[in-house]
Write a protein of this length. Structure first.
Length: 277
């Protein structure tokens, strides 16, 4: 008897930039699953209609990218604690009784990437400095607070956005001014860049690491290039460096398991596939 065809996809506008189809199709082939993962360009005006139609077409769920990550929460039937705390969703699962559950796996992906590369990292002793105050920063802060980190400081070029994030998290984080960021580096043991600074086609992050302590963990969410200028400079200072590709891979695994019934493995082969396509 032929196995049921399983369907999932990713919705957004634009959609061609998404790496999700490469990931999920690789895992489908690797696990010999009778399924497809389809990129779908969906405009804001069509979002609700599309999400009502997809389960009728046999879809189990979809990933969500810009500009819908916040909008889907307004029409979700169930919202996970993670999605609620972060204020956006990237993973939707259609429910048997109708509607969908909205989840955010970005924070999960961040922590898995960190723990995979630094198994001795201890959240209870972590002193974390985060650069950036956008959506990615919100996901990272949420994950860190939930893991038990109590010392988090952020900075952002627009100081007001950093203060807004401080208020959003009930003043559980501290904020320093952008022009004071180098002065704080000697007090931390974990540095995270959540901005696009350093990404291919963007300007580099202007940050001197001369005062950073040897052995500090430096994690850049950017994965193109795989070793950003920040990571290169951190490596020269004797820091432990982690690129952002692992976060991309790990944040995709919960959705794949939910929709296709198999927990995919993160391998060097899939890392190479993402970097070369």
């Amino acid at each position: 008897m032929k196995k049921k065809l399983l369907l999932a996809g990713v919705i957004g506008d634009p959609i061609l930039h998404s790496k999700s189809p490469i990931l999920h199709r690789f895992w489908l082939n690797q696990n010999n699953i009778n399924g497809h993962y389809i990129p779908l360009k969906v405009s804001k005006i069509d979002l609700e209609l599309v999400l009502k139609t997809l389960p009728k077409m046999g879809f189990s769920g979809v990933n969500v990218t810009v500009p819908h990550k916040e909008s889907v929460l307004k029409i979700a039937n169930e919202i996970t604690q993670s999605a609620s705390q972060i204020g956006s969703a990237n993973t939707l699962t259609f429910l048997p009784c109708g509607g969908f559950k909205a989840d955010n796996t970005d924070g999960y992906g961040f922590l898995k990437n960190l723990e995979e590369n630094e198994s001795m990292w201890d959240p209870l002793n972590a002193k974390v400095f985060i650069i950036g105050a956008g959506g990615a920063s919100r996901a990272v802060i949420s994950a860190l607070l939930n893991s038990g980190v109590s010392k988090i400081v952020i900075t952002n070029r627009t100081h007001e956005r950093a203060n807004e994030l401080k208020e959003y998290f009930d003043r559980k984080i501290d904020v320093i001014k952008w022009n004071e960021k180098e002065q704080f580096l000697g007090e931390i043991n974990t540095l995270v860049n959540t901005t696009t600074l350093g990404m291919l086609g963007c300007e580099n992050l202007d940050l001197s690491l001369s005062s950073i302590n040897m052995g500090t963990i430096v994690l850049d969410l950017v994965y193109n290039p795989i070793k950003t200028t920040l990571l290169q400079n951190a490596e020269k200072q004797g820091c432990k460096i982690i690129d952002g590709l692992g976060m991309l891979l790990h944040q995709a695994t919960p959705g794949f398991k939910e929709w296709f019934g198999v927990e995919p493995k993160i391998t060097n082969e899939i890392r190479k596939r993402i970097l070369t396509q």
